[in-house]
Design a protein around this ligand. Structure first.
Ligand SMILES: O=C(O)CCC(=O)C(=O)O
Ligand SMILES: [Fe+2]
Length: 302
């Protein structure tokens, strides 16, 4: 019999994780009413299931087309050949470097055709309105960029967080399988957010090994856990805490979105960040963002 010494690392006992609702065949209006406005996450099974990327973006494609291209991941330089080969060999004991948050339109503009048409059910996105283009890169987190992720089995996204700038996020799974772990915004109080400008990042580093003395409130949080495969899209409403872990070689594409349903949350997030990062110019900065939002709203159908 083994006794656990007082105050040592006792794993937090969590109840089984809840699953997400899976949907297909919904119009933009139906999806808005059932998920976006109530702020409910879901897995959409048919949003991007016809993209040519699903057949084309195999490992061999990346190696043939871009193998000699170099990139820096966590301070170390790799060729795309290495990124792909390491991701193919990756496992939980030796997880590969994660090529992540790569802006597709900037780095691989010719591949935009492979993710077209962008699904209507994932819109509207005010970040894509002409009103936002002049200031888009000034918005915290970029605002509406198509971001590419290539990684391997056993590798996790490095931290639990909710997305800047307080936007909704769609993660389209293109190749392989990815597990997502989510918590509702109101459970943020149990997730130990960092102080200061990193308020949307949790101090919990390893969700599979949470210890009670360090994070006692975690046991009160409801953990949602689900996975997406090729052609499936995770919808995460504004403010949902999350992280991800790859279950195989994986390629996905993420994008953040704002519209009438979450514009207030986006401006709250940006003004909170600005109060830490740009205290001297936060008033004109927010005025520019609110003006862009106002202009985007005019002419938006939702
Ligand atoms: O798919 C993933 O690895 C999670 C990505 C993510 O949460 C992010 O880029 O903010
Ligand atoms: Fe995220």
């Amino acid at each position: 019999m083994s006794l656990t010494p007082q105050g040592s690392s006792v794993k937090v006992d969590t109840s089984p994780s809840a699953k997400l609702e899976r949907v297909r065949g919904l119009s933009q209006k139906e999806f808005m009413e059932r998920f976006v406005i109530p702020g409910k996450p879901a897995i959409i099974q048919d949003a991007s299931s016809k993209w040519s990327a699903l057949k084309k973006w195999e490992p061999a494609f990346w190696k043939q087309q871009y193998g000699t291209r170099t990139t820096v991941i966590d301070g170390k330089s790799y060729t795309l050949n290495e990124v792909v080969d390491l991701a193919l060999k990756s496992n939980a004991e030796h997880p590969a470097p994660y090529y992540r948050n790569i802006r597709l339109r900037d780095e691989y503009p010719e591949l935009m055709a492979d993710i077209s048409p962008y699904p209507e059910v994932c819109g509207p996105n005010w970040f894509h309105s002409a009103a936002f283009y002049p200031i888009r890169n000034k918005v915290v987190g970029g605002g509406g960029h198509y971001e590419l992720f290539i990684g391997g089995e056993g590798r996790s996204f490095p931290f639990l967080h909710y997305d800047a700038p307080g936007a909704h996020t769609f993660i389209h799974q293109i190749i392989g399988y990815k597990k997502f772990i989510l918590f509702a915004p109101e459970d943020g109080q149990y997730l130990y957010p960092a102080q200061g400008k990193s308020f949307s990042v949790s101090r919990i580093k390893d969700l599979d090994n949470i210890t009670n003395p360090e994070f006692p409130l975690y046991r009160n949080a409801t953990r949602y856990e689900d996975q997406a495969g090729p052609g499936e899209t995770l919808f995460m409403p504004s403010g949902w805490w999350h992280t991800a872990k790859m279950l195989s070689f994986s390629i996905s594409l993420g994008i953040d979105a704002t519209n009438e349903s979450n514009w207030g949350k986006v401006t709250d997030y940006m003004s909170k960040r600005a109060s830490f990062e740009k205290p001297l110019i936060s008033i004109p900065y927010m005025a520019a963002i609110r003006t862009a939002g106002f202009a985007a709203r005019i002419g938006a159908k939702f």
